[in-house]
Ligand binder design. Structure first.
Ligand code: NI
Length: 261
């Protein structure tokens, strides 16, 4: 499946505008009960997605920050930091968390971020039967669709564990990563920042987690530091724009963007 096909289905961001998003409040499918965290998000002034200019990653240095395993208690704070720095990111959500916080998933998408499928309960999919893998993905697809009105076009399997069965059941591009600062190990903000900023190169995909307070606390410093180095933080679909993404294939960095490194 080429990215162009994916755009037609769901990814407004890869079309260069989030204009395809349903208006807030107009989608009867969205769960109307906001969580505590969702209320916090809604109480903040979120910039209109169009206010963040889309960039051409063939012209400027780009990096794709990805946040796995949420949404959770830290996600609202993270969304605020991303908005403050005009940064876009990709959230690979766990289905059971998306069901608990559908308003946060909706807020992620409304802010122009990509929302991808990270399974229902975060198992190693390579240890499951094909039927169980399919169930993990379809339940999460349903949760994302109920929250955003869109179908996720990107999949990230937990632990990056993929095999033939997982690729086939994903039926979409499988997105892995290039930089893993192992944020679950690092407690100090400065350590997390340097683990990301010192390792990153143009076109890279960075693995982070929005369920870890120390990680989310480090995001403003990461964004500031990346900006000082001339990086633009974009969604995975934006990073990969112009590169055909095929269903069942795994992807890491966009190697075409290694200019200036
Ligand atoms: Ni994960």
């Amino acid at each position: 499946m080429a990215i162009a096909a994916g755009c037609a289905v769901a990814l407004a961001a890869c079309a260069g505008t989030p204009g395809a998003l349903p208006a807030v409040g107009s989608d009867a499918q969205v769960t109307p009960i906001p969580s505590q965290f969702g209320r916090r998000v809604q109480g903040q002034v979120m910039p209109a997605p169009a206010a963040v200019a889309d960039v051409d990653c063939h012209q400027v240095k780009c990096v794709a920050l990805t946040f796995d395993d949420g949404p959770g208690p830290q996600t609202a704070r993270l969304l605020s930091s991303l908005a403050r720095y005009g940064a876009r990111a990709t959230f690979f959500v766990v289905g059971q968390n998306a069901v608990t916080h559908p308003d946060l998933v909706r807020a992620e998408r409304f802010a122009g971020h990509d929302v991808g499928n990270h399974s229902w309960s975060h198992p190693d999919l390579t240890r499951l039967s094909p039927t169980a893998v399919a169930r993990q993905l379809t339940r999460t697809d349903d949760a994302i669709r109920r929250a955003t009105g869109e179908t996720a076009t990107l999949v990230r399997p937990p632990y990056g564990a993929v095999d033939t069965v997982v690729r086939r059941q994903a039926g979409r591009p499988v997105i892995l990563w290039d930089v893993d600062p192992q944020d679950w190990k690092l407690r100090d903000v400065a350590e997390v920042v340097s683990a990301v900023v010192d390792a990153v190169k143009p076109g890279d995909i960075v693995l982070l987690h929005d369920i870890r307070p120390s990680m989310v606390a480090a995001v403003p410093a990461i964004l500031r530091s990346l900006r000082e180095r001339g990086y633009h933080c974009v969604t995975v679909s934006r990073l990969m724009a112009g590169t055909p993404l095929l269903a069942g294939r795994s992807y890491r960095r966009n190697a075409a963007l290694r200019h200036g490194s």
